[in-house]
Design a protein around this ligand. Structure first.
Ligand SMILES: [Zn+2]
Ligand SMILES: [Zn+2]
Length: 329
């Protein structure tokens, strides 16, 4: 894909509200180059950084819709024909896995797929595979597919550089960065920007979000919410019963509750992440077992135990051994 065509598509998407840009993509229409837009990849990214020095990335949640040429079909009840093609991934950084997450979330409660333990190099390699997907595998000259990124405004590192140093907005293939909070407000499923995604899902779509603070689940729920919100008219409109497109069991969504669609996504696990290991113990740093199977019941990290200049590390010392410590000192 030529750079000029990507620049034009980026300008087209920037000229319309976030909700409309997403709607155009999901319907495969509306820009000056609909076939290029139809080839775009839609990626929801949610990240979590350590609240303490060195402020490294601890986790990444990803939901990736690769639905090339799917846009011409009906979206199905609650967008299930779109959502069933979404792949969900959750990455935890090995070197950060012994630390506690700032929001108190449980990193083991990812419900949509597999969690992989990665190092920074593996994470960068996976992100680059997602952001640089060839338009045509047999013809490298055809360039890369455009990427539409779903990312909240507060999803940014505390320091200018972290262990991964990844800024989706700065990548040449990114043609739009859509804010899920803005999509929600523009679709009238939230009245103000900071309404948490689990509240929107509950109030408007009767979907219960399980462990919504888990970074992987966050990325998944944000993707589900914006797809339902942007396609409101198609999913819920009924000329007699629901002329205002109020979410619920109307129109093409009358056959089932939205929760059934989300349950299906959780029951049918996504493929495993192509990088990292799925077994790792953040207590003893072994790759043979998970923390719940750890034979080491009494552990103490001497680096954290004696971190008198960073006293917030001391209580965490009993959760891991020196080998699994996030800190070099
Ligand atoms: Zn262990
Ligand atoms: Zn430690």
């Amino acid at each position: 894909m030529s750079k000029q065509e990507l620049t034009t598509l980026r300008a087209d998407l920037r000229s319309v509200p976030h909700r409309q840009a997403l709607h155009q993509y999901l319907r495969g229409e509306g820009t000056s180059n609909p076939s290029l837009l139809q080839n775009a990849v839609f990626v929801s990214i949610r990240r979590c950084w350590s609240p303490h020095p060195p402020y490294n990335l601890m986790e990444i949640g990803l939901a990736i819709y690769n639905g090339k040429q799917q846009q011409q079909q009906p979206a199905g009840p609650h967008g299930e024909n779109v959502l069933k093609d979404v792949r969900f991934l959750h990455l935890r950084f090995r070197e950060q896995a012994s630390g506690q997450l700032p929001n108190g979330a449980d990193p083991t409660k990812f419900h949509f797929g597999t969690t992989a333990f990665v190092d920074s190099k593996e994470a960068r390699s996976l992100l680059s595979q997602i952001w640089y997907q060839p338009m045509d595998e047999s013809n490298p000259a055809a360039g890369f597919r455009p990427v539409i990124c779903l990312m909240a405004a507060n999803d940014k590192p505390t320091t200018p550089t972290d262990n991964v140093n990844f800024n989706p907005a700065a990548i040449g293939t990114t043609v739009a960065v859509l804010d899920p909070e803005i999509v929600a407000v523009q679709s009238a499923v939230a009245s103000f920007p900071c309404l948490p995604v689990d509240k929107i899902l509950e109030q408007h779509f009767s979907i219960t979000a399980n462990h919504p603070d888990n970074t992987g689940n966050q990325a998944a729920y944000l993707m589900i919410m914006v797809v339902l919100a942007a396609l409101r008219h198609e999913l819920y409109h009924d000329p007699q019963l629901n002329i205002r497109d109020i979410p619920g069991q109307y129109g093409q969504s009358s056959s089932k509750p939205a929760q059934d669609v989300v349950n299906y996504l959780m029951d049918h696990e996504s493929p495993e992440p192509p990088v990292g290991t799925i077994v790792y113990c953040p207590r003893c740093a072994s790759s043979d077992h998970l923390v719940m199977d750890c034979p080491e019941t009494f552990v103490l990290c001497s680096k954290c135990r004696y971190a008198y200049d960073q006293t917030w590390r001391i209580p965490n010392a009993i959760t891991h051994k020196d080998e699994a410590c996030s800190y070099d000192y």
